[in-house]
Design a protein around this ligand. Structure first.
Ligand SMILES: *Cc1c(COP(=O)(O)O)cnc(C)c1O
Length: 397
């Protein structure tokens, strides 16, 4: 082994020793409730495909049609080679769906956060994050150069203290960023109260609805709709790769915000446009979610979530206490120790169930967990099978 590889493998060995080494597990089937891994069929509780759209014929056919009509590739950045129709159709659909003046899409949620936050803030500004926001927001906050402050998870008093401090600075832009449903805990942010604080202190608010788009609100716009605060959020972010079953990220907001991002969001400007198939698939998913079938699909998801909650409270000793009453398709089983979490995930896999062990740096050290996600494609039987395996493992969860 040469010095270069020796140096790197030292670090990989150290990760392994801490239960933190990660490896890709090849899947030979599409995403779905049953996946093929190493010749074994596993019941899958790991994906964010909450509405079961990733392998839905409707969505797939939209992608195939776009390949035939608009090609496989997109050529260049949308500002360089012209902007393909499927991207415009998707953005119009998103703006209509979310009731905003305009929308812009990016190649991923990660690129959305990086591009948007770095466009809006610079070194004279202040960014305030919930402790548990996604890594892409943390990375964006660091990259933009603004002063970074973090408030304790969902802690309004802590947030207000920081806002008071921020107001003492000389007229900076102040941006608060939170998620609506948190990706690794499945709990909800108090968006009304946060919106009230940002108004009181003249800050702006960005809400990442990656795990809520399509699932909450009368029209399934997200948690902001459910809580009636959408119009008070300057920057409404979402992703296209979770409940929408495709890939990409988006911002919905005022026409001015979107025009501003087209001119300043570097991850948009300096990146090849997503392939037409991705935009068309996402657009078909928006149409589906907007329909009566979308509502039915969502109800199926909540039925499964309810079944799991009921059976778990009857069997396993302890599920992480949840303060918010808002249901979520993300059900974490806190284990704590990283190696133990890996061990339990391995045991589950031996019994035909795939649940990921989520560890540092995705969550804090010592907060490793099994993250179960349910989808509308799961059946009641799938849920019972998961519970019975968890029960047989006799875990002290
Ligand atoms: C998944 C996720 C992202 C990133 O989106 P990608 O499209 O996967 O890059 C951003 N924010 C949150 C909260 C997420 O869970």
């Amino acid at each position: 082994m040469n010095n270069f590889n020796r140096e790197l493998s030292k670090h990989l060995d150290a990760l392994y020793a801490q239960g933190l080494r990660r490896e890709l597990c090849r899947v030979d089937s599409p995403q779905g409730t049953h996946i093929q891994m190493d010749g074994q069929t596993l019941l899958n509780f790991s994906s964010n495909d909450y509405l079961g759209l990733a392998n839905d014929p409707l969505i797939k056919e939209a992608a195939v049609r776009a390949v035939k009509k608009n090609g496989a590739g997109s050529g260049a950045s949308r500002l360089i080679c012209g902007s393909l129709a499927p991207h415009h159709e998707l953005e119009e659909a998103l703006a209509a769906f979310k009731n905003t003046e305009a929308a812009i899409t990016f190649s991923s949620g990660y690129a959305t956060a990086i591009g948007t936050i770095c466009a809006l803030l610079g070194k004279d500004d202040i960014i305030i994050l919930d402790k548990l926001v996604h890594a892409c927001v943390v990375d964006a906050a660091r990259l933009c150069g603004a002063k970074l402050r973090v408030f304790a998870h969902n802690d309004l008093d802590d947030l207000e203290d920081i806002l008071k401090w921020a107001n003492k600075n000389s007229n900076p832009r102040i941006l608060i960023v939170t998620e609506s449903i948190f990706s690794m805990d499945g709990d909800a942010a108090p968006l009304c109260e946060i919106a009230a604080l940002k108004e009181k202190y003249g800050a702006w608010l960005m809400v990442d609805e990656a795990h809520a788009t399509g699932l909450y609100g009368k029209n399934r716009h997200g948690l902001a709709e459910e809580l009636g605060v959408s119009s008070r959020i300057e920057i409404q972010m979402g992703t296209l790769g979770k409940a929408l079953g495709a890939s990409g990220g988006f911002i919905c907001g005022s026409r001015t915000l979107i025009d501003f991002l087209v001119n300043h969001a570097r991850s948009f400007i300096f990146s090849t446009a997503p392939v037409p198939a991705a935009a068309a698939a996402a657009n078909a998913a928006v149409q589906f979610i907007n329909s009566a079938d979308g509502e039915k699909r969502r109800e199926t998801l909540w039925a499964r979530v309810h079944e799991l909650q009921l059976q778990i409270s009857n069997t396993t000793s302890r599920v992480r206490g949840r303060k918010s009453q808002i249901p979520s398709a993300i059900i974490p089983f806190l284990i704590g120790d990283e190696s133990k979490a890996v061990e339990v995930a391995t045991q589950l896999r031996k019994r035909g169930i795939f649940v990921p062990a989520i560890r540092y740096p995705t969550v804090a050290r010592g907060k490793a967990r099994l993250r179960v996600t349910l989808t509308a494609a799961h059946t009641a039987k799938d849920v019972s099978q998961l519970v019975s395996v968890l029960k047989n493992l006799n875990l002290e969860l």
